[in-house]
Design a protein around this ligand. Structure first.
Ligand SMILES: [Zn+2]
Length: 150
């Protein structure tokens, strides 16, 4: 089991609402946050995560509070808790906000009608994995939901 300790990340209130920040530095490849399934939900919501073409779930905090970025510092990996681990895609300094790309779990995304992530490659509107270009899909490699892998 690779449960993060409570001190690895902290939740802070920002203009985006409650957000997750690194409380120590993480090396590329480390598990930053482990998400655990709370329950399936009947349909997609702003806070649900997609696990399969017909399965949307709620996960626990702090994983549930990780915001989207078009240039994120973590990627997802299916885990033994019926949800996702969030794996560092780069070295993450202490104090950085933890983000992932919603389009790596959502086949069709409704959560971000107007993205404000501020990254230079911001896609402005997240529509879902279905609409991602091949080069972006390939950039994430294994760090996408299992059900979206070819
Ligand atoms: Zn963006």
């Amino acid at each position: 089991m690779n449960l993060q300790t409570l001190t690895d990340v902290e939740v802070k209130l920002t203009h985006k609402g409650r957000s997750v920040f690194a409380n120590r530095s993480f090396s590329k490849g480390e598990t930053v946050v482990t998400g655990r399934r709370i329950m399936p939900v009947p349909e997609r919501t702003n806070h649900s995560l997609q696990m399969d073409f017909d399965l949307h779930i709620e996960i626990d905090e702090p994983a549930q509070l990780i915001n989207h970025s078009c240039s994120p510092n973590t990627g997802v990996r299916n885990n033994e808790f019926g949800a996702y681990d969030f794996i560092a895609l780069v070295d993450i300094p202490s104090g950085c906000e933890i983000t992932f790309d919603y389009e790596t779990t959502e086949y069709i995304s409704i959560a971000i009608p107007e993205c404000g992530c501020g990254s230079s490659n911001c896609r402005l509107k997240t529509r879902g994995f279905k609409f991602l270009s091949t080069d972006i899909r390939e950039k994430y490699g294994e760090f996408i939901a299992d059900y979206l892998k070819p």
